[in-house]
Ligand binder design. Structure first.
Ligand code: F6R
Ligand code: MG
Ligand code: MG
Length: 387
């Protein structure tokens, strides 16, 4: 009599395990922080990467994470992790926080510049939101073969992704699949954040394309945060915006951003995802977070900004996600096909630099990271005469 329920329970357990194996839900988390630079705000010291690799190896051994890749872009230490804990997992955020903390101790020992600068709080309290590090995360059910691209930029802001993300997911002159692949033809949903008001809006492309552009053409205020495929609301892209929530009402937009984009089989092809970067378009950031300059796509080894602390850089790494393991990476912008883009970026760098302290090279007063203007105005207040 008791055998039947036991048998059915056993069947239930095994079938669940079987189903669980078939439908692997993987989370990719890219978490980054500037916790000290070698020779100013320049590059990450190799010792900091070693510390991060040690910490994440231990976490992988303990099965907290499934896999990881540690790299650096400019002065930002990048932790790329896969796990099965979902987005905003406090365990994963705490692992990143503790890793940055330990690396900060080494940065202090070595006297690195700005040691610990992105760790804005003393103690971890459950989530990295508002604590300094940048976070981009997405959870998805793995396809039989699942390619992703991780983008990491230095000396710019999250809104720098507005233009390329729009081109990838909404511009038929960039993404041929929008026109000729039935799986992309319905278009995508853009989740846009107003960083001044801390508000979110969802908009549909292609139907609301012009309205989307009227917002995200102001990348210092409206930032594309996530993109979903319209036909099934499957996550397609995510951009780090964690820091933007920091202080309501105060603009804290300058945070060297990262993004994750899914590729192929119903998403844009790898080449459609990289194509927008063939134009070294102008972004805000660069020297003292207060200048416009061209975004230069580079390989990992060339992510070492020196010219006027720039020009702003972006690195793209391609991975296959396979049973929550990271296969790769391929250093995508190391392709010689981006040589002319880099050459043009260098020409634009010269051109922009010749404007010195003049707008539009220098940002407008409301967007500058710091400014002497109020002091100058205060000093001159008695000397300004009404005509
Ligand atoms: C920009 C950046 C650098 C610094 C600049 C001045 O994001 O990190 O351009 O703003 O090197 O740095 P401080 O004020 O530390 O001397
Ligand atoms: Mg820095
Ligand atoms: Mg940086």
């Amino acid at each position: 009599m008791i055998v039947a329920p036991i048998l059915s329970l056993l069947y239930f357990i095994t079938s669940q395990t079987y189903l669980g194996d078939l439908m692997v839900r993987t989370t990719v988390s890219v978490i980054k922080a500037d916790i000290g630079g070698l020779a100013g705000h320049h590059i990450v010291h190799p010792r900091l990467k070693e510390v991060a690799i040690e910490e994440l190896s231990n976490a992988r051994d303990a099965r907290l994470i499934e896999d990881f890749y540690v790299t650096a872009v400019g002065d930002d230490l990048q932790l790329i992790m896969t796990h099965r804990k979902g987005v905003e997992s406090s365990e994963i955020h705490e692992l990143a926080w503790n890793t940055f903390k330990r690396a900060t101790n080494v940065a202090k020992e070595l006297g690195l510049y700005g040691a610990g600068q992105d760790l804005l709080k003393d103690a971890f309290s459950g989530n990295l939101k508002g604590m300094g590090p940048g976070v981009a995360e997405m959870e998805f059910e793995e396809r039989p073969s699942d390619p992703i691209v991780i983008f990491m930029a230095d000396k710019t802001e999250p809104g720098a992704f507005n233009l390329p993300i729009f081109k990838i997911f909404a511009d038929p002159f960039n993404t041929a699949g929008l026109v000729i692949d039935p799986r992309l033809h319905d278009g995508f949903i853009f989740e846009i954040m107003d960083v001044y008001e801390s508000k979110i809006v969802e908009m549909n492309s292609p139907e609301e394309m012009y309205d989307i552009l009227s917002l995200i053409g102001t990348p210092g205020r409206y930032v594309v945060r996530r993109v979903f495929r319209k036909s099934d609301r499957e996550i397609a892209a995510v951009v780090s915006t964690t820091r933007l929530n920091l202080i309501a009402g105060k603009y804290v937009g300058k945070d060297d951003p990262v993004a994750i984009v899914r590729a192929q089989s119903g998403f844009p092809a790898l080449g459609e995802i990289l194509e927008p970067y063939s134009l070294p378009f102008l972004v805000a950031g660069w020297m003292r977070g207060s200048h416009h300059g061209p975004l230069m796509p580079v390989s990992e080894k060339d992510a070492r900004p020196t010219r006027f602390d720039g020009p702003p850089r972006i690195v793209a790494l391609g991975f296959q996600v396979q049973e929550s393991k990271l296969i790769g990476p391929s250093d995508l912008f190391s392709d010689v096909a981006f040589d002319e883009t880099r050459r043009l970026a260098n020409i634009i760098t010269d051109y922009m630099r010749r404007h010195g302290p003049f707008m539009p090279h220098r940002l407008g007063p409301e967007e500058m990271e710091y400014t002497t203007l109020p002091k100058v105005l205060e000093k001159l207040k008695d000397r300004f005469k009404t005509e």
